[in-house]
Design a protein around this ligand. Sequence first.
Ligand code: GLA
Length: 390
Amino acid sequence: MFRDKARRVGLAVCLAMMVTTLCSCGASDRWTKSGSATEMDRLVRPFGTTPDGQAVRLYTLRNAQGMTAQIMTYGAIVVSLTAPDKNGTFDDIVLGYDHLAGYIEDSPYFGAIVGRYGNRIAKGRFTLDGTTYTLATNDGENHLHGGIKGFDKVVWDDEPVDRADAVGVKLTYLSKDGEEGYPGDLKVSVIYLLTNRNELRIEYEATTDKATPVNVTHHGYFNLTGGRRDILGHELMLNADRFTPVDAGLIPTGELRPVQGTPMDFRKRTAIGARIDDDDEQLRFGGGYDHNWVLNKKGNVMTLAAEVYEPTTGRLMTVRTTEPGIQFYAGNFLDGTITGKNGVVYEHRYGFCLETQHYPDSPNQPEFPSTILRPGRIYRTTTVYAFSAR
Ligand code: GLA
């Protein structure tokens, strides 16, 4: 079904493009895995234009299991992601909009890549090598997710990427010296791969010509029911003995606090809703869960960070990462004012985010693992969201 329709759409786009330019829908834009009965697909089509006239493209990736991911060049946003339930039924399991306009007008970072620094930097200020830098503030007095026009609001360059068992797209962006207050020209790339093991694999890379903080992450809102109800019944495991408690502005106090005996203890799989409204200062500050957990690991190796199981559909998502932390945000700011894809109203806690990252406010917290990238070094992190059902 999908393939036939996709082929028709692809053909139409291809013909349309031939009129204006040479067609680029060649072998590199859709290919068949040789020696296999199944095939991976990649289709590229226009997805509208930004108010300042930049054309946006939408990639549709399809793996050999029938899973699909749609990624657009605006904000490097994952627009849709389908995964099978225990009966083999595919549903779109991420929140977002049907059209580009929604993302541009009013989006709480749906599906986006956030940066240059994902999460908060206190008072939008930090000192590096003796110089104090002032960043754009967009969350009260703090800097959040890269500022007023972060990586989620720019159009990225794109090129197809092929791997033996995966189909993908590489998105690149040059963040100029001084952008949102950050030092240095930062060249950043994000590769999204949809693998034949039903994984969305994200590989991040960056280089700079001046020392700068970097902390790039993916801000997908998941709802493993396919948007049928809120996420409070989802069962979450976080591979973390500690978390970073915050103040009322959601800035870490610097402490790494044990989760033991608190509602932050997700070492055993627990329903997100089981304790979210407990009378607890940390939950009050976040309006629910909106905190960074300190992953149990040593060094930058790829380890299991989180698992989420949705009992009615049997969908299971596992998150592995090279990062030291993970922000678990329970969609506390969703309040029914946004109507998303297919007319679904995003009520309170209708999606959750698991943002792999370095800890918030690291540039001001000397005890936290460093987020400073220096010229001549390469920033490299990888996160894998894997999907199955049981
Ligand atoms: C992050 C932040 C939250 C909120 C959401 C988007 O997860 O930690 O406080 O800003 O993004 O609304």
